[in-house]
Design a protein around this ligand. Structure first.
Ligand code: ADP
Ligand code: MG
Length: 697
């Protein structure tokens, strides 16, 4: 039976079919429930009255009591406007109307006390308020001490007189009707221990707060609730999966020990050791592992993955390693091959450009278990690729893979799912990770291998290009190699290709004796490979490229990264690009080239890059600048359609909500206890409507 909040808003008093259609179309509001959750985006303080001599143009909205002293049309034609001189006993300013002047003039009287409300602006020495709200001062008008809710509307709606005020009226009518229908969604115990306002009070206060204090309490309560239910779903998913899917137990680590004692090319960092231990614990737990390893660029995730693959192989299982691009798959293949060969471990590769004849042999070798490790691109998840016994699937650079692809890898085995290790070099702020990957366990490699010199990052103006070239020349003389990267926002952007080609030409002119490499998305993959290999071998000294080199590519001798038009890149992309250098023993540099006119936001990005090498700090700043919806790989995630919470600002509430969700599930995994009745009911009602969190998994 549909409940009160499922009713269509067309039935609300004062709405009707036409306005309902508009509210649906413009704001996506269909039901009573949608409307009541359409929260104000800000509140106007109608508790304070200003004196005219207190006004200045930096105030937002102000309220003033006074009288109109004069009223006249000024200007001609399209510039014609109505100007009223408005004054109290401290001074005077102008009220101005550009539209509806005749109609308004008729309504206004000189010498009558009014309350005026609007935003002051300055034109020359005159202060004025354009299109103010104006009403006659009544004895009651100054008593209404409350914060006025402001709702977003559209131009179309305003033309039909559905403005913020009108929505406020609908809310008032709705809340009166809804009083007996609003149900608590959280257990009494949580309300008490987290000092949360009850749902009814919160909903009333979010629309019509008595004062700041009530408003803050309402916001806190509603944010907590929103985040609590997301976390509860994610954690529940994790619990169910852990219980339902038995994991293959890897108790043998012979190969790992062997490699450790005989072939390990360097001392592991403590962070690498810790993460391998965490994973090994998962392997022996009897549960299927789903773990995310976050580690800044260059932190050595590949070695961690290889060590884990050795454990799988020690137990007679195969491993798959999936990379987002062919170049990367190739590099990983070669890198892993080097480690694997002396161990007698067989590695194969599979990418989009693998030939049919090769594939057939490969399929057989995989199915019979001859191959221990398969490295490749998403060609790995094709139906035809069958393993004899897949024990571990590693996914590198997660942000390029969707969750659906992750799920396909799980299904490579019939009876038991392989363990899944997801690795990402895009540090995700904790708050976001908990929401996006709340169903995964998270390990963090928070340490770079010893001996790395921090990369020196500099901002340089285009006008200093001669100095840049001189610097590059010196570095080449020292035997270093250089990347020069151009933005390529869209594959199809011809302008961007022109930039790249022009750049390539001016560099060849400046360095006539240096062989150059060029790399961009329009090249055939053989040509890309060829160029990449020449550069990796040191045959070319300068690589001119678009962002195709962004992810993972490893050339330790390349120590300078020049980024052209750096203002056009996002922060996390700049950080990824910078991560291509600083991999060898030499001092590395990242040079951000820009013009001299930059937006404030671009300036913040550049100065953040210059100030820090810490990927997590950069990710936090990125989140604040762009908001979570724009972060790499999160665009399609329904997890971020939040009504009231803001992941970049509400980290603390999120922590508490997750903690609460954990407590509830630990105490009552199936949510069967009567005390959790509210929760059960609310989840059911969420399932009926748009299920945001359902899209996560
Ligand atoms: P990422 O985490 O960005 O994938 P890689 O796995 O590509 O980093 O490692 C970057 C470089 O650091 C590689 O050349 C790798 O061999 C090297 N490396 C990894 N771990 C260590 C270590 N503990 N000590 C020294 N070098 C290491
Ligand atoms: Mg890597």
């Amino acid at each position: 039976m549909p409940g009160f909040f499922d009713k269509s808003i067309e039935f609300l008093k004062g709405v009707g079919p036409q306005r309902a259609a508009l509210l649906c179309k413009e704001l996506g509001l269909f039901t009573y429930g949608d409307l009541v959750q359409y929260y104000p985006y800000r509140y106007e303080d109608r508790t304070k009255f200003y004196k005219v001599n207190e006004l200045h143009e930096h105030l937002s909205y102000v309220q003033v009591i006074g009288e109109i002293k004069s009223l006249q049309h000024v200007g001609v034609g399209r510039k014609q406007r109505l100007v009223a001189s408005f004054a109290d006993d401290t001074g005077q300013f102008d009220l101005v109307w550009f539209q509806g002047a005749n109609w308004i003039k008729k309504k206004l009287s000189i010498g009558v006390p009014y309350i005026v409300f609007g935003k002051p602006a300055r034109y020359g020495k005159n202060l004025s308020v354009a299109h103010p709200e104006i009403e006659i001062l009544t004895p009651n008008a100054t008593k209404g001490s409350h914060l006025q809710p402001m709702y977003n509307t559209s131009e179309v709606m305003k033309k039909k007189f559905i403005d913020s005020k009108a929505i406020g009226k609908f809310q008032k009518i709705l809340l009166v009707e809804a009083m007996h229908h609003i149900q608590e969604t959280l257990p009494e115990k949580l309300l008490q221990s987290y000092h949360l306002t009850d749902k009814k009070t919160a909903l009333v206060s979010i629309h019509f707060p008595k004062d700041q204090d009530h408003l803050q309490k309402a916001r806190y309560r509603l944010k907590f609730e929103e985040l609590f239910f997301i976390q509860l779903q994610l954690l529940k998913l994790k619990v169910t999966r852990t219980e339902k899917y038995r994991g293959i137990i890897f108790s043998n680590s012979d190969k790992l020990n062997d490699f450790y004692s005989k072939h390990l090319p360097f001392e592991l960092t403590n962070a690498q050791k810790r993460v391998v231990k965490e994973i090994y614990t998962d392997f022996r737990s009897g549960h299927q592992m789903n773990r995310l390893v976050q580690g800044d660029v260059g932190s050595g995730k590949t070695m961690v993955a290889f060590l884990c693959m050795l454990i799988a192989i020690s137990n007679g299982k195969q491993a798959a390693f999936m990379a987002p691009t062919e170049i990367l798959a190739e590099q990983h293949f070669e890198g892993l091959q080097e480690y694997a060969k002396p161990m007698g471990i067989r590695v194969a590769r599979l990418t989009g450009s693998s030939k049919q004849s090769e594939r057939k042999l490969l399929h057989e070798a995989l199915a019979s278990g001859v191959i221990h490790i398969l490295v490749g691109t998403h060609a790995l998840i094709e139906e035809k690729v069958r393993f004899q016994n897949l024990g571990l699937a590693v996914i590198d650079e997660q942000h390029r893979f969707g969750v659906a692809q992750r799920a396909k890898l799980w299904q490579k085995n019939k009876e038991t799912y392989p363990h899944v290790l997801v690795m990402t070099a895009t540090p995700i702020p904790r708050t976001l990770a908990m929401t996006l990957y709340g169903d995964l366990d998270i390990s963090i490699i928070d340490e770079l291998p010893a001996g790395r010199k921090p990369i020196v990052t500099k901002h340089m103006l285009d006008s200093k290009r001669i100095a840049l070239f001189a610097f590059l020349e010196k570095e080449i003389e020292k035997g270093r190699q250089i990347y020069i990267v151009y933005p390529l926002i869209e594959e199809s952007s011809t302008m961007d290709y022109k930039d790249l080609m022009d750049g390539y030409e001016s560099i060849s002119r400046r360095f006539p004796n240096q062989p150059l490499s060029i790399l961009h998305g329009r090249m055939k993959s053989e040509d890309k490979d060829f160029e990449m290999k020449r550069f990796a071998k040191g045959e070319t000294k300068i690589m001119v490229a678009t962002t195709v080199i962004e992810v993972g590519v490893n050339v330790p001798n390349a120590s300078v990264m020049v980024i052209e038009n750096a203002e056009r890149f996002g922060l996390s992309q700049l950080h990824q690009l910078r991560g291509r250098v600083g991999r060898g023993a030499e001092q590395s540099y990242c040079i951000l080239m820009t013009g001299d006119k930059l937006t404030t936001e671009a300036r913040t990005r550049i100065s953040t890059m210059v100030a820090t090498n810490d990927g997590f700090k950069i990710a936090e700043t990125d989140l604040k600048l762009r908001g979570p919806g724009d972060l790499m790989g999160t665009q399609q995630s329904g997890a971020l359609d939040l009504l009231i919470s803001d992941l970049s600002a509400d980290g603390e509430v999120l922590q508490l909500a997750r903690q609460a969700a954990n407590q509830v599930l630990t105490d009552d995994p199936e949510l069967q206890k009567p005390s959790n009745g509210h929760i059960r009911k609310h989840i059911d009602s969420l399932k009926k409507t748009a299920v945001n969190w359902g899209r996560i998994s």
